[in-house]
Design a protein around this ligand. Structure first.
Ligand code: TEU
Length: 578
């Protein structure tokens, strides 16, 4: 069915507006800046632009704290700019999707201002209010021990009415009460319908698994004895009414439009996953799972990082793509976004010598996996993490700031092992902080990397003279041109590459990541060297293949049944059956 095909085949490019492109020299990216680059985006081979929150917001969480769904953050532009963006995107044959942040609003949203004003306000029940608890000494305590994703308690005491409200994220991001039907319909009208009627083509649905909380609000089990408040996912992730809510939202609004929806779900059982994204369930089209991006860091606290080996990365990718096999569900492929570090630093080798080869290897991997492909601004030119020398005071993300503050309150320089623990934490922050994705896009080698003519709100990565768009556009060996090549190969061999089943061989190997993509007679073989030395990989197939991509210097080659492929350091080769 043709209606479904545009978003399955699509390559989506995510724009995070603050750091993308500034048109007026105030140091903050904006919508006219985005419009000025649409030909560039189109030239990469992108079909859909996903714009992260550009709504009115106090920006405590960079726009994921929305104070008015129907307005635009003034530094980014106006509603007219958005109309123009939509038109310009559509004129180029692309689509535009926005972020749908409806688990919470900003505490500056009128709904919350009313809700907090008194216990009898008609919007009181639009948020989640609970009475204080008192301990044996009569001290006031939050209603339970749930920890916020941004450190500390998930509850904030509000003096006006002597009650606490729930905030799974920042204090200024109170959770909406989805149990209240009137609230849900207000959300549907303001956050979805308003923008659909303007012509947007869909949404990336923020925290799509979190709306339904276990209504008894029990204490969470103690996972981290060294902190006061605990991870509480099991009480709000895929909660009792979540599928009912998604079905209602789809039926009431989304089904009326030719829309694409991708939910940020993160952690999910196979059973829940299939409910969220099976076509017949009519909830969402596809979702982001975190198995891949959280490899080595999947214990509920990203900065308690444990490291990983290649077979674990393979397992994560297999889990994310396999749950749809034999069903009417659809998957996504992504390795970067505004919440993740740069993939070359995380999964490749960011050193001068290897960053381009390993960037190509990761591009080959991403472009040959099944599902809708999402790439993040700057990924296409191989932007890497912030330098190791970046001072802790230069990290501006609320997640990083709160985490470091909470850690510093608990750990004192006089403690045994303090310096070592601090060094480990700072290294993990440098490797994994969201700030890594948020430095300005490097357009050229002029001051401020061509991002802005004024001083950017957050510092440009020191490496902008070596890594930037301008230097890659005309270089046939650049990562940018490799991405273009991969995206077109992906479309050319779409039956195997976009839709095929994944069959990983040599799963235990710590050197190579090799797999077949199989869809009836359409077969591809992809083999990638994840090391700095040359290796050889044996095909296990009795088919004959010819190469369509070599990321290194090799020429076209053919691969005989059970033949051997030689790979240079970080080299990737893609073959198709003949
Ligand atoms: O993220 C929700 C989420 O579950 C996380 O990945 C979160 O960013 C991470 O746990 C923090 O360590 C979404 C948005 O993508 C994120 O930018 C927002 O901060 C968050 O929701 C709140 O709206």
């Amino acid at each position: 069915d043709n209606k479904a095909i545009w978003w399955k085949n699509a390559t989506v490019y995510q724009i995070w507006p603050a750091s993308y492109k500034d048109s007026n020299g105030d140091g903050v990216g904006d919508i006219p800046g985005i419009i000025s680059t649409l030909d560039y985006i189109k030239s990469i081979g992108v079909d859909v632009v996903w714009l992260s929150p550009m709504f009115d917001s106090p920006q405590d969480d960079m726009g994921y704290d929305i104070s008015n769904y129907e307005g635009v953050y003034p530094k980014y532009g106006t509603l007219e700019d958005m109309d123009n963006l939509l038109k310009q995107v559509h004129d180029r044959g692309m689509k535009l999707i926005l972020d749908l942040v409806i688990n919470h609003t900003s505490s500056e949203h009128d709904w919350f201002k009313e809700s907090r004003s008194s216990k009898t306000n008609p919007k009181r029940d639009w948020y989640i209010w609970k009475k204080p608890k008192y301990d044996a000494e009569g001290n006031r305590q939050p209603p339970n021990n749930w920890g916020s994703y941004f450190s500390g308690s998930a509850w904030k005491y509000d003096e006006t009415t002597d009650e606490y409200y729930l905030h799974l994220f920042a204090e200024s991001q109170p959770d909406l009460n989805w149990e209240n039907e009137e609230t849900r319909h207000a959300i549907y009208n303001s956050a979805l319908k308003f923008w659909f009627d303007k012509g947007v083509d869909g949404f990336r649905i923020d925290t799509a698994g979190m709306y339904s909380k276990v209504q008894s609000f029990p204490d969470a089990p103690i996972v981290f004895p060294d902190v006061e408040f605990q991870p509480c996912k099991e009480f709000h992730q895929s909660g009792p009414r979540i599928h009912e809510f998604h079905k209602e939202m789809f039926q009431t609004v989304t089904s009326k439009y030719d829309a694409m929806t991708v939910g940020e779900v993160g952690h999910s059982t196979r059973e829940d996953s299939l409910k969220y994204v099976s076509a017949s369930e009519k909830e969402m089209n596809m979702m982001f799972l975190f198995d891949t991006v959280e490899v080595g860091s999947d214990i509920g606290d990203r900065f308690r990082y444990q490291g990983f080996e290649l077979p674990e990365l393979k397992d994560a990718i297999i889990r994310e793509s396999e749950f749809t096999v034999g069903t009417d569900a659809w998957s996504t492929v992504f390795i970067e976004n505004h919440d993740q570090p740069r993939c070359i630093s995380r999964f490749g080798n960011p050193s001068k010598q290897w960053r381009v080869p390993s960037g190509k290897a990761l591009a080959a991997l991403q472009s040959t996996l099944t599902g809708t492909l999402f790439i993040y601004q700057g990924q296409e030119i191989g932007m890497i993490n912030l330098p190791k020398e970046w001072d802790i005071s230069e990290y501006l993300d609320i997640n990083t700031i709160n985490y470091f503050k909470a850690w510093s309150e608990k750990n004192k320089p006089t403690d045994e092992g303090y310096q070592k623990n601090l060094d480990v934490l700072l290294a993990n922050i440098n490797l994994l902080a969201r700030d890594n994705a948020r430095s300005p896009v490097q357009w050229d080698d002029s001051e401020y990397a061509g991002f802005s003519t004024g001083k950017p709100w957050t510092r440009v990565n020191d490496n902008y003279k070596e890594i930037n768009v301008a230097s890659q556009v005309n270089d046939p060996n650049s990562l940018l041109n490799f991405w273009k090549k991969m995206l077109s190969v992906r479309k050319e061999y779409s039956p195997a590459l976009i839709y095929g089943n994944l069959e990983v061989i040599d799963k235990e190997s710590k050197e190579n990541f090799s797999y077949y993509k199989v869809n009836g007679d359409n077969k591809a073989f992809v083999t990638i060297n994840f090391t700095e030395s040359p290796i050889e990989v044996k095909s296990t197939s009795s088919d004959t293949f010819k190469s369509v991509v070599c990321s290194g210097d090799s020429q076209e080659e053919s691969l005989e049944p059970k033949g051997t492929v030689s790979l240079g350091p970080w080299e990737a080769k893609v073959f198709v059956s003949v």
